[in-house]
Ligand binder design. Sequence first.
Ligand code: FES
Length: 192
Amino acid sequence: MSVRKPAPKHLQPETFIFTEDNLILAKKHIAKYPEGRQASAVLPLLDLAQRQNQNWIPMAAVEYIAEMLKMPAMKVFEVVTFYTMFNLSPVGKYHIQLCGTTPCWLRGADQIKATCKDKLGINLDEVSKDGQFSLCEVECLGACANAPVVQINDDFYEDLDTSSIAKIIDDLSAGKEVKKGSQIGRKSSENQ
Ligand code: FES
């Protein structure tokens, strides 16, 4: 089951509505735009929906947001499917987005990918059996100077090699604290 494709029917909730807190936030986002331009709030509303729903967006949320922003559901769906930051099926507790674009690829993204697949026993766009991890490949994450890079949930892990990504996966599995950012002690994106 690809996280980029809508989850099968039996996993789709029949309805979706924002929690009270998220509804307040959604209204604040919508109010930032002039009358008639509410559609501009589609990205933050989708982000709210995804965070409310264990990091994936059900089709009921697509329809709910479309109605709220007075836009066709297909337009919202187009946005969801364009950006890899949105997941359309359940993902793992730790969702690994692996950058495979040229600078990361030149610096060993293929080896990082192979290590992830091997350790987790999954392929791209799959979720591990225990539901702890999911893996997908994305385009440039915008931290090329510190390639190779993966994003896990909201955090970046940079200057990776096969040992450091293996350790990150092991530590996350064991519920240990993990070091975020550069794994070689680089400050920001300064030269080493
Ligand atoms: S190419 Fe990987 S972060 Fe830019």
